[in-house]
Design a protein around this ligand. Structure first.
Ligand SMILES: CC(=O)[C@@H](O)[C@H](O)COP(=O)(O)O
Ligand SMILES: NCC(=O)COP(=O)(O)O
Length: 248
């Protein structure tokens, strides 16, 4: 089974937003990701639009429709009525619901399905009724998967932040892989698909995929953008030296 890669463009959008300029281009980098074989693009618009702007969404939709039919658009966020309308306005292939408070710097936990299931059920129904696959952000806790399945979601997205954050400590990383793997096993046994994301990197992804070979998709932004900067820096310095008139 192939683990699909959805490239999260939030970090690119944040860099763009430093200036009142259109670059780096969110759709331009999205195009490069899709040409390189990414299965889809992910965005996580927040109410203050500090990363992705609401106006980015139709442009990304048009990019996929016009140039990459078959690619997927995954929209993540907390399901306020405004978010649900925004997401549905661009006909996403997948919506990932995340229990974020607007003041959180980034996503840092999954849903408490036992307590929040009744809030999620009508939202899941609305999104699925409009044709979107629905994934719910979940902590590494197998005991929550029955309540997750009771919402009628299609998938859960395992929150991998604590795994990514402790990857340099082998004992801690093993512990988190164990918990994530057990949660994936529980989800799969209930008929749910399993996605994963947050702080994933080229280094920490292979052990996760080895433990959860049935992962459907990973969405990666911060680590992938950092990797692109690091691995693109040498060629870019050469291009700028040429622009300075140097023989390179
Ligand atoms: C749900 C999740 O883990 C990601 O969407 C993450 O929140 C990315 O958003 P930022 O890169 O804007 O923190
Ligand atoms: N769903 C997780 C995601 O889209 C990206 O998270 P990160 O790689 O930016 O931590």
């Amino acid at each position: 089974m192939t683990v699909e890669l959805s490239v999260n463009l939030n970090a690119v959008a944040m860099l763009r937003n430093r200036r009142d300029l259109p670059w780096p281009s969110v759709t331009g980098l999205g195009r490069i990701a899709l040409v390189a074989g990414a299965h889809g693009l992910t965005v996580h618009p927040r109410p203050d639009q500090r990363h992705i702007r609401f106006s980015d969404l139709p442009e990304i939709r048009a990019l996929i429709d016009e140039e990459f039919p078959g690619a997927e658009f995954n929209i993540e966020g907390y399901p306020t009525p405004e978010f649900v309308e925004l997401a549905l306005s661009v006909r996403p292939e997948q919506v990932t619901l995340v229990p974020d408070d607007p003041s959180q710097p980034t996503s840092d936990h999954g849903w408490d399905f036992a307590a929040q299931g009744s809030f999620l059920v009508p939202v899941v129904e609305r999104l699925k009724g409009a044709g979107a696959r629905v994934s719910l952000f979940a902590d590494a806790d197998p005991s929550q998967m029955e309540a997750a399945a009771a919402t009628s979601c299609d998938r859960v997205e395992l929150y991998t932040g604590p795994y990514g954050g402790t990857f340099d400590d082998p004992a801690a990383a093993r512990e988190w892989i164990g918990r994530l793997g057990a949660t994936a096993d529980a989800a799969l046994s209930l008929g749910l698909g399993v996605n994963a994301g947050h702080d994933l990197t080229v280094a920490n992804l292979p052990p996760l995929v080895a433990r959860i070979p049935h992962l459907a998709e990973v969405s990666i932004g911060h680590g992938l953008t950092a990797d692109a900067l690091e691995h693109g820096m040498a060629e870019t310095v050469r291009r700028f030296r040429r622009a300075c008139g140097q023989a390179v």
